[in-house]
Write a protein of this length. Structure first.
Length: 111
């Protein structure tokens, strides 16, 4: 893979970008998706920083999308998760599942 394993926030960003797809994954939509699904509030600037780090490490690539009138003619910076990013998410999800195995009773709400 592209260097060290991604951290928790990086994995959340990767998962969100995968879910949104290459035409809809950009910083603002990623922030909204993560907040909606996890309740975790991230700043857009933090997501930009995470995306730069992920791109440097080869987990994602970015490109400028088509011009948008509501953005004054500017395009959004769209995110594509590369195969190394998908592999990192797969590994992180597997590790979490392995660690949670056997804790089902303790993880039940109200226990």
């Amino acid at each position: 893979m592209g260097g060290a394993r991604p951290g928790e926030l990086e994995v959340l960003v990767l998962m969100s970008a995968m879910r949104l797809g290459t035409d809809e994954a950009y910083a603002v939509s990623i922030v909204k998706d993560i907040e909606k699904r996890t309740g975790r509030v991230l700043r857009r600037g933090n997501v930009y920083t995470l995306l730069q780090r992920l791109e440097t490490r080869g987990f994602v690539t970015t490109r400028i999308g088509p011009a948008r009138a509501e953005r004054g003619g500017k395009g959004r910076r769209l995110v594509t998760v590369e195969a190394t990013g998908v592999a990192a998410v797969r590994e992180a999800a597997g590790a979490m599942a392995a660690m949670a195995k056997g804790l089902e009773a303790q993880l039940e709400p109200g226990t």
